[in-house]
Every structure is written in structure tokens, then in C-alpha cells.
Design a protein around this ligand. Structure first.
Ligand code: 5GP
Ligand code: ZN
Length: 113
């Protein structure tokens, strides 16, 4: 999709630090990391958010979820990590191309807050 920064990353029209790539997805390090390891996993197909997922995207979504643990393992996150997807305005989604944040190596307190 024109004017979509993540489509441009998926098409290698703008550079990114790629962690994993195949014909359907690309994972790249976040420009403004919120954790010591912060990688974004996106479908190469433009889908604006989870609200825009179509029935035909079910297999692709399952594939993304399946690959996330392999990508996390390659990033050395054997001790655990968070997966976050911000969708829509109330979640402060800033890039309107579906993405899953992998956040790792951050010391977290429990309970949160
Ligand atoms: P959101 O708030 O939409 O869930 O998060 C979007 C994320 O994309 C942010 O963490 C932001 O730092 C990251 N981001 C935005 N533009 C770029 C970019 O051009 N390259 C990379 N690597 N990350 C980006
Ligand atoms: Zn896009």
C-alpha cells in the first residue's frame, strides 16, 4: 500500500535491521526500542489492524503466531518475552499496518504497576 511505512520496509524500499524474513512475513528491530530486545513482526500483506483481518487471513495470522516463537528463540529470548499488538486509536496504534511487538530482556516487576 502506498504511503505505508511498514509496506516500504517489507519491500526493502526503506532500510531496517531485519531479524527474520520469508515470503509472507518480516521481523525487524524497532527504531525506538522500549525494551533491550524490541522486534516488530508484520505480514508483508498490508492489513491495517486486527479489525481489518478477513476470513482469508486466518492462515496468515496463525503463521505469524507460529513463527514468533522461532524468531524469539533466535533473538535469545529463552527466558520469556511479551507479544503486544496495539489496535486502533484507544490503543495508540501509530502505524496502521498490523504488527506484533516482541519485547524481551526487560526486568519486570510483578504485579505490574
Ligand atoms: P504502535 O504504537 O503502532 O504499536 O508501534 C509502532 C512502532 O513502530 C513503534 O514502536 C515505532 O518505534 C516503530 N516504528 C515506526 N516507524 C518505524 C520505522 O521506520 N522503522 C522501524 N524499525 N520502526 C518504526
Ligand atoms: Zn502497509
Amino acid at each position: 500500500m502506498a504511503d505505508c511505512i511498514f509496506c516500504m520496509i517489507a519491500n526493502h524500499e526503506i532500510p531496517s535491521n531485519v531479524a527474520y524474513e520469508d515470503d509472507r512475513i518480516i521481523a525487524f528491530h524497532d527504531l525506538d526500542p522500549q525494551a533491550p530486545v524490541h522486534v516488530l513482526v508484520i505480514p508483508k500483506k498490508h492489513i491495517s489492524s486486527l479489525d481489518d483481518v478477513k476470513e482469508e487471513d486466518q492462515e496468515l495470522l496463525g503463521y505469524i503466531m507460529f513463527k514468533i516463537h522461532e524468531i524469539a528463540a533466535d533473538l535469545g529470548l529463552e527466558n520469556g518475552y511479551r507479544v503486544v499488538s496495539n489496535n486502533g486509536e484507544d490503543a495508540f496504534q501509530t502505524v496502521k499496518h498490523l504488527h506484533f511487538h516482541i519485547l524481551g530482556k526487560r526486568k519486570m516487576t510483578w504485579p505490574p504497576g
